[in-house]
Write a protein that binds this ligand. Structure first.
Ligand SMILES: Cc1cc2nc3c(=O)[nH]c(=O)nc-3n(C[C@H](O)[C@H](O)[C@H](O)COP(=O)(O)OP(=O)(O)OC[C@H]3O[C@@H](n4cnc5c(N)ncnc54)[C@H](O)[C@@H]3O)c2cc1C
Length: 406
């Protein structure tokens, strides 16, 4: 379904559609709506990496990288509704958007809300042009859900801040050159009030260590998508503290709000495609007439449609220039629980075949095995389902607060 949102937005849609059909690069067709940096994947061939670079240049010239950001920092100032249209058109043309990972989705939006003008002018263009690649240093071995209790500490030393502690489960840390760290800068005040949000370079400018010992964590799949970091005296300019010293909790909440609700207007596109691919698999396996399979598929279809409609509701909120509220947690809970059950449906459907790994090095998984295994993580990262339910209960429904134990 394509929404008619009035003449201005219709002409914006036409403009993007024409641009994409004139500039599309065939080698990149079908690589997905979200993609990373040129040559990021080991499997990127030189030709693919070159195509990426050309696509990046083309989009950069049109200010279509981080296009939701103001023009003065390299974006195009698109509204939430325009962003949703843009994503739909990229999907329609089967071309990838060039996205800047956590820089674009998490740190940038937090700098836009809490940073000074000087910080915006310095950090945002570096995200747009790919100079800075971020990873998220929030979780610690004893502080995941209880994020406010983080123990990594930092002290001011002249015009620098010096960070010491340990972070864990840091996705993509091996690809990043900067980690945004939530750390304790005042241990003597109630826990949420003594935190700061600091952008810490992984290495010093001369390439030497910045006191961060990065250790990859090996997963059951054989891959190492996360790292843990032992941080011993890592230094960053005081300028890199976003939102001011001891104001890090508010900045972190902006980051988490974006993490949980950021893609709500378009995420159904991904799940819709995945759903129809599973329908194809069911047909190939001659299972699509089985009433139990049909019941599962109908359940999945209904849920993808619900995602589409809640995306539209959010679009209406954005079009009315209202800030989204606890929808972020509703969105996170809904898609992650949906996808976990979808993984079960998919692996049941493929049956015994689902127990056999594809040929090749490492612990390879095919797409339905990946959906089954990978979807388990969705109800944990960016705040577990239990935490989302607490937020919805307490902040959206006004239920009594969870009793504090101990
Ligand atoms: C794929 C993946 C990627 C990740 N990437 C990153 C990253 O890039 N950066 C980063 O900082 N972290 C990352 N994490 C870590 C993630 O944020 C934490 O795993 C998550 O916040 C949960 O924390 P924990 O693992 O310490 O579990 P715990 O907080 O110890 O929770 C254990 C269990 O207790 C439940 N529980 C805890 N508190 C409550 C409560 N108050 N009420 C009800 N139940 C509760 C939880 O729901 C959970 O089931 C990632 C995790 C995964 C799985």
């Amino acid at each position: 379904m394509e929404l008619d949102l009035g003449p201005e937005l219709r002409s914006f849609r036409d403009e993007i559609r024409t641009f994409l059909s004139e500039h599309r690069i065939e080698e990149l067709a079908g690589v997905g709506i979200q993609a990373g940096f040129a040559g990021q994947s080991d499997e990127d061939s030189e030709a693919r990496a070159a195509a990426w670079r050309a696509w990046e240049d083309t989009l950069a010239k049109e200010h279509l990288i981080c296009p939701q950001w103001p023009a003065e920092v390299g974006g195009r100032g698109l509204s939430g509704v325009e962003m949703a249209i843009l994503n739909e058109e990229f999907e329609r043309e089967n071309m990838p958007r060039v996205v800047r990972g956590m820089g674009e989705s998490l740190v940038g939006p937090s700098i836009i809300v809490h940073g000074s003008d000087e910080q915006k002018a310095y950090f945002l263009p570096r995200i747009v042009n790919g100079t800075d690649r971020y990873c998220q240093g929030f979780s610690e071995p004893d502080h995941g859900s209880d994020l406010g209790g983080v123990e990594t500490r930092a002290e001011v030393d002249g015009d620098e801040i010096v960070v010491t502690g340990q972070k864990v489960w840091t996705s993509g840390a091996h690809l990043a050159n900067t980690i945004f760290v939530l750390c304790r800068t005042d241990p003597d005040v109630p826990k949420h009030r003594g935190l700061s949000y600091v952008l810490v370079p992984m290495r010093r400018e001369d390439g030497s260590s910045n006191g961060i010992d990065l250790q990859p964590l090996r997963q059951m799949s054989g891959a190492s998508g996360f790292c843990q970091e032992f941080i011993d005296g890592a230094r960053a300019p005081l300028f890199n503290v976003i939102g001011g010293l001891n104001n890090g909790w508010r900045v972190a909440m902006t980051t988490l709000g974006n993490e949980r609700g950021g893609s709500a207007t378009t995420q159904h596109l991904r799940y819709e495609k995945e759903f129809w691919d599973l329908v194809d698999t069911a047909r190939k396996q001659a299972a699509s007439d089985d009433p139990l399979v049909r019941q599962d598929l109908a359940w999945a279809y209904t849920h993808v449609e619900l995602m589409r409609y809640s995306g539209l509701r959010l679009l209406a909120t954005l079009a009315a220039k209202r800030e989204p509220g606890p929808e972020a947690s509703v969105n996170k809970l809904f898609w992650s629980e949906y996808h976990k059950r979808f993984g079960n449906v998919a692996i049941n459907l493929v049956g015994a075949q689902g127990m056999i790994r594809p040929e090749g090095a490492g612990y390879r998984t095919d797409r339905w095995q990946q959906a089954f295994l990978g979807s388990r993580a969705g109800t944990i990262f960016s705040g577990t389902s239990e935490i989302q339910k607490n937020i919805i209960g307490e902040r959206a429904l006004g239920l009594p607060k969870e009793p504090v134990v101990g």
